[in-house]
Write a protein that binds this ligand. Structure first.
Ligand code: SF4
Length: 180
């Protein structure tokens, strides 16, 4: 990938954008990145669909039909797919709902829960259909690399990304690997 600008796409599925915020924490290295990479679909570019890319970075697990669609689009169009953060790797916080019946979760959130003033489950057909369980992304598509952490540090993200851009197998020093 060294002789041309690399194309990168990023997305947040069932995540909190914390992994994207950590990505932005690479600070002045963003300027280096801008010199060697262009962003396709990403909250950083506001492009809404993923074109052909070298690297796709996915934050968050899969909790609804829209997540499945976006994730499959990323897998189809990205040469290398990277799961970033605990939610993408194992479902993370959103997957805590997996212990409960989905109907009970909806009832608590929209009917009987504290502070509900207009008790009804949203039913607009435009809303993506919720899946019964929240899935890590590897249960839906093949994943090439995973960066653990909630969120991974900016240094960890930068190390993996710059290795991949240079065409190298990412190598993380012990202190860059964390699971919290
Ligand atoms: S891994 Fe942590 S920081 Fe990243 S999206 Fe999930 S909850 Fe947010």
């Amino acid at each position: 990938m060294a002789n041309r600008k690399v194309k990168i796409a990023t997305t947040s599925l069932a995540g909190c954008f914390g992994c994207h915020m950590s990505f932005l924490d690479i600070d002045e290295r963003l300027l280096d990145l801008a010199g060697i990479a262009d962003f396709d679909r990403s909250p950083l570019s506001d492009i809404k669909s993923c074109g052909t890319c070298d690297i796709g970075i996915v934050e968050g697990g899969v909790c609804n039909s829209e997540n499945v669609k976006v994730l499959r689009e990323f897998r189809k169009n990205c040469g290398i797919l990277v799961a970033i953060g605990a939610c993408a790797i194992n479902g993370g916080i959103p997957a805590l709902r997996n212990r409960y019946d989905l109907g009970d979760c909806l009832e608590e959130a929209f009917i009987t829960g504290m502070g509900v003033t207009d008790p009804r489950v949203p039913g607009d057909p435009e809303l993506p259909l919720l899946l019964d369980k929240v899935h890590p992304i590897h249960e839906v598509v093949r994943v090439d690399y995973s960066i653990p952490g909630c969120p991974p540090s900016a240094d960890t993200i930068w190390t993996v990304l710059s290795d991949l851009i240079e065409g190298n197998e990412p190598v993380l020093a012990y202190e860059l690997i964390r699971y919290d």
